[in-house]
Structures are given as structure tokens and as C-alpha cells.
Design a protein around this ligand. Sequence first.
Ligand SMILES: [Zn+2]
Length: 464
Amino acid sequence: MKVPAFCRSSLRFGFTILAFAVCAIATQAADKIVVLKAARLFDGKSKTLAQNGVVIVQGNKIVDAGSNLPAPPDAQVIDLGDATLSPGFMDGHTHLTLDFSGNYNDRRLKEVDLNVSEQAIIATTHARATVEAGFTTVRDLGSRFVGSKEFVDVALRNSINKGVIVGPRMLVATYGIGATGGHFDPTSGFRDMLFGHEPDFSQGIADGPDAIRKAVRFEVKNGADVIKAAVSGGVLSLADEVDTPQLTPAEMAALVDESHRLRKKVAVHCHGDQAAKEAIEAGVDSIEHGSFMKPETLTLMKNKGTYLTPTLMATEWIMSKIDNYPPALQAKAKAAAAARSDMFRNAVKMGVKVSFGTDAAVFPHGQNAKEFKLMVDLGMQPMDALRAATGNAADLFGIAQKTGTLEKGKFADVIAMPGDPTADITATERVSFVMKEGKIIRNGPPSAPPVAVSADAEPEIPAD
Ligand SMILES: [Zn+2]
């Protein structure tokens, strides 16, 4: 539409007024002080809960946090009663753009059936469910759609940061990097050349140290915050064994060196013991899953300060729905599930650093907090499990100076759960209040789920 010149100038004037008004509102909001009170407070790093918890928030930051702090005059006080205030939870291993939770073969067909734009729109509901469950930050470890080259995780992160959609702060990995035919090869298990070409660095598939460096550079160029790679086989892939190594030590060295030069942390998918040992020696920042790791490998981790992200929920979900998976995957899942409980018990006993992480997408998004009970059932103290999802996770993510604890100057990422989570860890599954960067996302029940969250659901056709 053509707009006459005089209209354009008055439009411009109108926008200027509007911009001033918006700025004025923003300044006012930044000045407003909100005081959150609850019976208890977990600060993200201490060994005990504080009583009569208070968090004072101004704009997007915490001004003060502790016990029995007086509310400044004119502050808005939100008293959450018999609850525990906590830093927003952090999940070190999600896939917000994906949903693997249904029947494996149906899901595989759906993935090539739906266009990527539609899958991206569906992902916005995953982001909302995750933040409403109390997870204000996630490390999103891999997003890919077979046969297509898209950066949906980058788009999701950016849209959340711009306030276009509601979701957690995301650190994204773009494509998981892996070997030809390995766990991350999107064409594994399909007929040869079905998609017309072999995947390459532009979909994270790389063989040899130089190709790995190129893949890392390509991902950082396109918006990756963290680098993810598969160094051993996996459960939900058809053409590999679950515990065999998939990168050589030279490839791992290149992966870590190139990522660290670009100031990106390295998270590696790894079930197998040999691959874990080689990856830890190469200097990766976290081992994801770690199912078959032996005590000697855990000792190496402890000495190197490598984090473990246990993702107990993933095996738990797969084992509870085992008929949803083809026989070859059932066998791999059973082997991993049988090994991972001992591995995790040993890791806890030995004091290996643990970051909370679930592999959300393997199970429906928003159920992340069920991981806490699994960790506690396998011998972790409730306070340690809470720290794994707050202060420790922030340390692993490299954002401890910004969030992860309730301290002056940190982002006001604050949640509340009923009662005392150290007496009943499942309180973490009933988060009732969520604030992210000073904005209240939820105070009370979660928002109603969308009418149809399943891509299978047929839209209702009006009778008329
Ligand atoms: Zn994963």
C-alpha cells in the first residue's frame, strides 16, 4: 500500500510518541520493587534451606535475598506462604524442537511428513511447558530434521529472547556432531541415498579432525552456544551399537580444541566406557548419559572435574513404554538401563560433579522435574539434587555469574514449590510460581494446554 508523504511523517511522529511511551513504561517497570516471600528459601549453593525466605527483585535483577529481610516501602509483596523459593531450575539436556515420546516408527514417519515450519510452531508449546514447570534455563543439546537444513533451536532461542514467545533461556547446540553412520547420522537406518546425498558438516556429520573443526566452526557461525557431539553409540538410533566408540581420540581432541578456542563448552553424548574415558581425557566439559562408565572412568572424571549429566528420565521413560520401540532398540535400552543405576550410585558416592539433565523430548516436555526423584532414589541427597539443577548447572553452562543462585545482581529467575523439597523431593514436580528475569510467567496453575498439542489431532470442522 502506498502511503502519502504527509501521512508518512505523521506516522513517523506517532511512532516516536509511542516509542517514548513504551520507554516510559519500561523505565517504570524497571523501578518497581517486588518482594517474594515464602516459609523457606534455597539459594542454589548452600547445604541447608533458609527459613522465612525473602527475595527482593527490581527490574530483571535480584537486589537482595535471604532470611527475614524487610520489604522496602512501596514494594509489591507477593507472599507465597508454606512454600520454598529457589533459583529457577536448569536442565542441562533438552531437545525443545523435538518430540520422541510416542511410538518410534510413527514418530519417524511424522518427522519426514510434517514440514519443518510446522514442527517449529509445535516446538513453541514445548518451550512454554518447560518454563511453566519451573525450568528457566535449558541447554538444548541438538536439533535436526532429517533431509532438511534448519536452525530451529536458534530461532526458538532468539524468539524467546525477543519476547515473541514464552520459554526458558536457551543455550543451543544446533546439530549434534557425529560420525558417518553414528548415533547422530540422520540418514542411518533409512535406505542408502534415500535423501539424495550423504549428510556432511552442514548437518553435523564429520569424519576426521579437520572435518570436525569445520563442523564446529559452521555451528558457531550459525548461532551455537555450546557444542554437542556423539562419541559413542546411542539407544534411539538404528544402525549402531549403544556402547561402541564413534570418534577417534584425534577427532575428540580436535572437537575440544576448536570448541574451547571459540569459548564454547563441549557436551558429549556417551554411553560406552571406552569412549567416555577417551572423551574425558580429551577434555570435554560434560558426559551426557554415561550409562556404562566403570568406577575407574568415574575416578578420571572426578580428577578432571568433568560433569556428568545423568538423564535418568530418558531410560525411565523408554523402559516404561518399551513396546513403543523396535526390538533392536529395546535390547539397547535394556542394556543401558541395567547399567546406569550402578553407574549413577557410584558417581554420587565418589563425588563426581553432577549437572541435572533429562533428555526431554524422549519423554513429553514439561515433566523434567521427575528427574529429581530418580536422582534421590539412587542415593543423591535432596539438597545435592537441587544444587545440581541450579548452582552446579550454571557452573557447567558457563553462566554462573548471571544466574543459578539467589544472590544480589543475578537475574531474577525465581520459582516456588509447595512445602519442603528436602522432606519430599517430588515438591519439585509441583512448582506453582515462576519468575524469569523479573517477569512473572506463572503464579498458580499452568496455562491451559493448547487445544491440540498432538500433530495427530485432526482440527475440528465446524458443523456449518
Ligand atoms: Zn539427547
